[in-house]
Design a protein around this ligand. Structure first.
Ligand code: PLP
Ligand code: COI
Length: 342
């Protein structure tokens, strides 16, 4: 039995579901899977996640499909990225099989919260890994907790697949050149809160960061990677301080499959004037086509959509990605985990 919610209008927020799944790391090893119905975590007040930001998270989605099954997109890639983050901030790596088992269990236990097919909503899966061991000196914890919770969500940016305006922010950085930008740690998001609020207050969907060293090249948006389209080419920034996006990697592959060229390289901000289309991409954002990017400091506006509609390439990539995620096109790259539920 599925929950009765106004699925088309649920927005991107937290809603309580029935269960979450946990593993504890103690005495140098990960324990067995535990299932909890509590939304809370009893924790030591000196836990390293609270003081020194020793925590990270992931984000992926499960889809209710036309064939009645449930599909999860690229779960192994999220496990690998969390492992990379763990190496980055000295946390124990959770093996891919344990990560995947927890994600599948959390989805299965909360099946009734998976939004029905074609409502525009999906089940967002949030794996979280935190240092729970007490430290007062700045050191890694001895104990950790990994949790997976799920929550049904609508589109992250207003209107879902619709063009919205973005703004370049120069007076804040989300990550330093040799910092933690390529890891999915909470500190990067704390660093983005002021810029994000400023962008929202001015009516933009999201802020866009430039490289922190030279302020010359596009890094990414606050919670999504950037891409531009011109001359049948998909162009996306190469930078050590952006999050390696699973969605972006998928779009690069799909662009190639569609016969486009793909370039991953530095993208100077002025190059925006040459793009036919541009977008932000991520699990939450999916593809968020850009209507325009304002560079207020330089007094420039880069317009990508004159009629307010998403461009043809963004539209094609969006439908192709969704079709694979929903099992309506062959999964030729082996991206999808199917949970039978007929
Ligand atoms: N960049 C940032 C800063 C993000 O928070 C996200 C979201 O996870 C992304 C990019 C997109 O990554 P993915 O496509 O793996 O969700
Ligand atoms: C995601 O796309 O999964 C994100 O993490 C974006 C945001 C909600 C932090």
């Amino acid at each position: 039995m599925s929950e009765e919610l106004d699925w088309a209008n649920i927005g991107f927020g937290y809603r309580k579901t029935d269960y979450n799944v946990r593993y504890y790391y103690r005495d140098g090893k990960w324990g067995e899977m535990e299932i909890s119905s509590s939304e809370y975590i009893p924790m030591h007040m000196a836990a390293t996640c609270l003081h020194y930001g020793q925590e990270c998270f992931e984000g992926l989605k499960a889809y209710r499909c036309k064939d009645g099954n449930i599909r999860i997109f690229r779960v192994e890639d999220n496990a690998a990225r969390m492992q990379s983050t763990c190496r980055g901030i000295l946390m124990p790596e959770l093996p891919t099989e344990k990560f995947k088992a927890a994600v599948i269990k959390a989805v299965e236990l909360n099946k009734r919260f998976i939004p029905p097919y074609e409502t525009g909503a999906t089940l967002y899966i949030r794996p979280l890994l935190i240092g729970t061991g007490a430290q007062v000196g700045v050191h890694p914890a001895q104990e950790y907790l990994f949790i997976v919770f799920v929550t049904p969500v609508g589109p992250y940016f207003k209107g879902g697949f619709a063009t919205t305006p973005y703004v370049v922010i120069r007076h804040y950085d989300r990550a330093a050149p040799l910092g933690t930008g390529c890891f999915k740690v909470g500190g990067n998001y704390a660093a983005s809160l002021r810029a994000n609020k400023e962008a929202h207050d001015k009516g933009y969907s999201c802020e866009m960061y430039l490289d922190a060293r030279e302020k010359k090249y596009i890094d990414e948006a606050g919670a999504a990677n950037f891409f531009g389209i011109k001359n049948n080419t998909f162009i996306t920034p190469k930078s050590d301080s952006i999050l390696p996006s699973v969605t972006n990697r998928s779009l690069m592959q799909l662009a190639e499959d569609l016969g486009m060229k793909v370039e991953r390289r530095q993208v100077p901000i002025e190059e925006l004037s040459t793009f036919e289309e541009a977008g932000a991409c991520g699990t939450a954002a999916v593809i968020s086509p850009m209507e325009r990017v304002d560079d207020i400091d330089e007094g420039k506006t880069y317009v990508f959509s004159k009629d307010g509609k998403p461009g043809p390439v963004c539209t094609k990539l969006y439908h192709k990605l969704l079709a694979i995620q929903h099992g309506e096109e062959p999964d030729v790259h082996g991206w999808v985990t199917v949970i039978e539920d007929k």
